[in-house]
Design a protein. Structure first.
Length: 445
């Protein structure tokens, strides 16, 4: 077989793996197991390591007990933790026993942390040396311990009684003469994060300092592990997905969309949907209060959707901007008044823009079709003034609700677009008919 045939064969195997990975979630458990077993060991290993922790847990649960050991021992400690947490409860003890003693001890240590803490995210496998070692001695030491499969080989941490005091890169170590000392090559002080820090805060530290890995320390400052940038990529994706789902007015899903069963999907969506439905009843109540006015001036009903949707849209815009700014650390609780002033001005300007557009629209239809009769000017002023008021209120309410939720210890992402829109709907009806009473009072009484 020539080189071209070998290369073509490798491409064919790679394409088959990619195809299987793309089809994986759509396969039944039996089909997954069958196709997995048709792969050679190398291809099966590549596929297994490319799966998410939920998919790995499902596959291991379906494999016979004697085959599980091979695959779970292929995982790094932090990945093994995710798998153990995702297998059925009755399999967890068995999965732990399948790990080698060192990895089992590491996994037990990681399981002691909350899943969203830096300690639960870190890898306990990192390379470390002492400051009093020579470069030559440190390199020899690292070679002997290479079998431990360090999480990253970019950095070597310098420890003093388990406390990190510096860091040196492999590149710097290789560029220095063998007689040089580690203390002469290391950079200090170094940035660390506590093992109890939330993963979102850890991601901000990465973003602020442009690092590839960050040491994790306990309350006494002893180094327990490292969080790498590839771990943070997963965190950012998970947090963004969770926030996006909450923006839609539902609880965040624990699993990928197609992996959630129908009962869980309905349960997570029904709660907020019911709350929003009950809240919308207040809109119907508010309209009932003004039903006599609507009957006398039927034209008012035509503009109700326009008024309340404009307020809801402006509120959703404001809440989205503020929640994202909070997530990025650009806005803190103490900044609420600065945000309020900005949104009041922005809401007034946006309301004026929409108010002018609404006035022009009514005037144009009146000129072309005489749609609104002799009172068209009063109708136009009612709609225009209402748009200014509703958009102003929507922007203010949408920007302040995340602050209120965070101050109460809740997730600001819960101030989702539907929730803000519901709040503004009720207020929009009141504002609209208040202006209607002012401009069209004679016709409504």
């Amino acid at each position: 077989m020539n080189t071209h045939d070998v290369a073509a064969g490798r491409i064919s195997v790679h394409e088959a793996l990619v195809s299987l990975r793309d089809d994986w979630r759509g396969l039944s458990p039996e089909a997954r197991l069958t196709r997995f077993r048709t792969l050679g060991h190398g291809e099966a290993e590549s596929l297994f390591l490319s799966l998410g922790s939920h998919e790995q847990a499902d596959l291991l649960s379906d494999l016979p007990a004697d085959e599980r050991r091979l695959w779970i021992r292929d995982l790094d400690p932090e990945d093994a933790v995710d798998v153990v947490q995702n297998v059925p409860d009755f399999l967890r003890a068995e999965m732990m026993e399948l790990l080698d003693p060192i990895t089992r001890s590491e996994v037990k240590g990681l399981l002691a942390y909350a899943e969203d803490d830096a300690g639960g995210l870190m890898s306990p496998r990192f390379s470390a040396v002492r400051a009093d070692m020579t470069i030559e001695g440190a390199l020899a030491y690292l070679r002997r311990r290479a079998a431990q499969q360090y999480e990253t080989t970019y950095y070597v941490y310098v420890l003093d009684d388990q406390h990190p005091i510096g860091v040196v890169s492999i590149r710097n170590m290789l560029s220095l003469p063998s007689g040089a000392m580690i203390r002469d090559a290391m950079h200090s002080p170094i940035i660390t994060v506590p093992d109890t820090m939330d993963q979102e805060e850890v991601s901000r530290v990465f973003a602020d300092h442009d690092l590839l890995a960050i040491p994790v320390v306990d309350i006494e400052g002893r180094m327990k592990g490292i969080v790498t940038v590839d771990d943070i990529v997963h965190v950012v994706r998970e947090e963004a997905t969770e926030d996006a789902q909450k923006f839609g007015g539902m609880e965040a899903l624990d699993l990928p969309y197609l992996d959630n069963n129908l009962q869980d999907m309905v349960r997570k969506r029904a709660g907020w949907l019911s709350v929003l439905f009950v809240s919308e009843m207040l809109t119907a109540t508010a309209m009932g209060v003004f039903q006599d006015e609507i009957q006398r001036v039927v034209l008012l009903a035509l503009f109700i959707p326009l008024i309340i949707s404009s307020g809801g849209n402006s509120g959703s815009q404001a809440s989205t901007l503020v929640i994202r700014a909070m997530a990025l650390g650009e806005v803190r609780l103490i900044d609420w008044w600065r945000v309020a002033k900005r949104e009041l001005v922005a809401g007034l300007m946006l309301g004026l823009i929409l108010g002018v557009l609404g006035f022009i629209r009514i005037a144009a239809w009146q000129a072309m079709f005489s749609t609104y009769g002799e009172q068209w000017l009063r109708v136009a002023l009612t709609v225009s003034c209402s748009l200014v008021g509703v958009v102003l209120f929507g922007s203010f309410a949408g920007s302040m609700l995340p602050f209120a939720l965070k101050r109460a210890g809740l997730d600001p992402a819960s101030a989702s677009g539907p929730f803000v829109a519901t709040l503004v709907d009720v207020t929009g009806i009141v504002i609209y008919f208040t202006f209607a009473n002012f401009w069209l009072g004679a016709l409504m009484h």
